[in-house]
Design a protein around this ligand. Structure first.
Ligand code: COA
Length: 259
């Protein structure tokens, strides 16, 4: 893999692991980190040997403690709008729309932009000591990388507003109960737990997996368009070699041979 200044990228079987690597700054998201994440995802998307991604944080304390607040100093309204737009379009939407599954493995604090990045991932798992929050209101700000939207979709309006308006951190257990997290794994089992989920997905048709992600994503923005997308993509599966193979394998009582 390439060399990056703010992240480490490794490969374990079919899984790429992106580790945010500024532990002395709690892996806060700065412009260089965004650039590295975009480049890594572009590379991973093209690499047919990679079936899925885990995003985690280096160090003992933080997954990602938010946007880098140092970059906020002296920022104008226009600068802030451009920053938020770039984060939305180039990073968070790219993660959400990624055609291969992405799991956030939350190893500590997931705050502000860090929780927003986790929310953009397809699945979230965390250690029992993880703390999750959107503390922007305590800085006189609101979430700017999709938190008001994605958290509401995931946990519902009442719970999302409690998290956003108090700015408080919630423990992993509460995140699990509220539907923010899919699973909690002990620290030693965090990455292997995320990998085990991906390994189950790798048994399935990669084309169908990508299509399902696209259908779910479309419906989040517009349920009517989501239904139409599902119908269209369901149709496309029948034209695809993997759809043909999956149906044939079932009827022939054998395991499908997917890439
Ligand atoms: N942006 C920039 N730097 C950050 C940061 C962020 N979001 N979060 C932490 N850091 C830096 C700290 O400034 C400190 O740097 P320094 O050693 O050069 O002074 C370093 O990371 C360690 O953080 P520190 O606050 O000393 O650790 P802690 O264990 O006492 O507290 C947190 C951990 C996560 C609770 C605390 O760092 C925090 O509240 N961070 C900001 C969270 C936030 O508001 N995020 C939303 C941003 S929109």
């Amino acid at each position: 893999m390439e060399n990056y200044s703010t992240i480490l990228v490794s490969q374990d079987g079919k899984t790429a692991i992106i580790t945010l690597n500024r532990p002395d700054k709690m892996n806060a998201l700065n412009a260089a980190t965004f650039k590295d994440i975009i480049a890594a995802l572009e590379h991973i998307q093209q690499d047919a040997a990679i079936g899925g991604v885990i995003i985690t944080g280096a160090g003992e304390k933080a997954f990602i403690a938010g946007a880098d607040i140092q970059e906020f100093e002296g920022m104008t309204k226009q600068g802030a709008i451009e920053k938020a737009s770039f984060g939305h379009e180039q990073v968070m939407n790219r993660i959400q729309a990624f055609p291969k599954p992405i799991i956030a493995a939350i190893n500590g604090f997931a705050l502000g932009g860090g929780l927003e990045l986790a929310l953009a991932c397809h699945i979230r798992v965390a250690v029992p000591t993880a703390k999750l929050g959107l503390p922007e209101v305590s800085l006189g700000l609101i979430p700017g990388y999709g938190g008001t939207q994605r958290l509401t979709q995931l946990v519902g309006r009442g719970r999302a507003l409690e998290i956003i308006l108090t700015g408080d951190m919630i423990p992993a257990e509460q995140g699990l109960n509220w539907g923010l997290l899919n699973h909690i794994y002990e620290k030693e089992a965090l990455i292997s737990g995320a990998k085990a989920i991906l390994e189950r997905i790798y048994l399935r048709s990669p084309h169908a997996v990508g299509s399902a992600i696209a259908a779910v994503n479309t419906g989040i923005i517009d349920p009517v368009a989501g239904n139409k997308k599902e119908i269209d993509l369901f149709g496309s599966c029948f034209e695809h070699a993997e759809g043909k193979e999956g149906i044939a394998a079932f009827l022939e009582k054998r395991k499908p041979n997917f890439p």
